[in-house]
Design a protein around this ligand. Structure first.
Ligand SMILES: [Ca+2]
Ligand SMILES: [Ca+2]
Length: 148
């Protein structure tokens, strides 16, 4: 009996950790913080690839400016090849994100830059999804290159 309880607890913990991992991976949400300096910028590389659901057509991103409410607006820029785009969350600390932005660049590495308009520390949530031409998820991975 005791052994069963221990085993159940272990399984529950394992499921939780797996759910936590899968949750963050499938949600493709990156939480980040920008320091108080006006020039603080975070830099990621998101890779889109075929994980069995077809080749990626584009990377879709949006940014949410989280609490604390401060004067800077938070934006995300995406660059791939000859294409660069920007989207900005126009209101800090509310429930609404920036407009979603899609950069059509196929498979491969997209440069993703998160910055803000001025001084004061900011927190943000970056949503990023590689999708095929039908809008279905394809393989997506992220690496942080600069954390400022
Ligand atoms: Ca904020
Ligand atoms: Ca907002």
């Amino acid at each position: 009996m005791k052994r069963i309880i221990v085993k159940k607890a272990f399984v529950a913990a394992s499921v939780l950790s797996v759910l936590g991992y899968v949750g963050s991976a499938s949600a493709h949400e990156q939480l980040g913080a920008l320091g108080a300096g006006a020039k603080k910028t975070d830099y990621y590389q998101v890779s889109c690839f075929n994980d069995g659901s077809g080749d990626a057509d584009h990377l879709a991103v949006l940014i949410t400016d989280l609490a604390p409410v401060a004067s800077p607006l938070v934006s995300v820029q995406v660059i791939k090849g000859q294409v660069a785009k920007n989207t900005t969350d126009p209101v800090d600390g509310d429930a609404t994100s920036s407009p979603e932005m899609k950069v059509i660049g196929g498979n491969g590495a997209y440069q993703v830059i998160v910055d803000k308009t001025g001084a004061d520390a900011e927190n943000y949530s970056l949503d990023y999804h590689c999708e095929n031409s039908n809008g279905d998820h394809t393989g997506t991975s992220i690496v942080q290159i600069q954390d400022k």
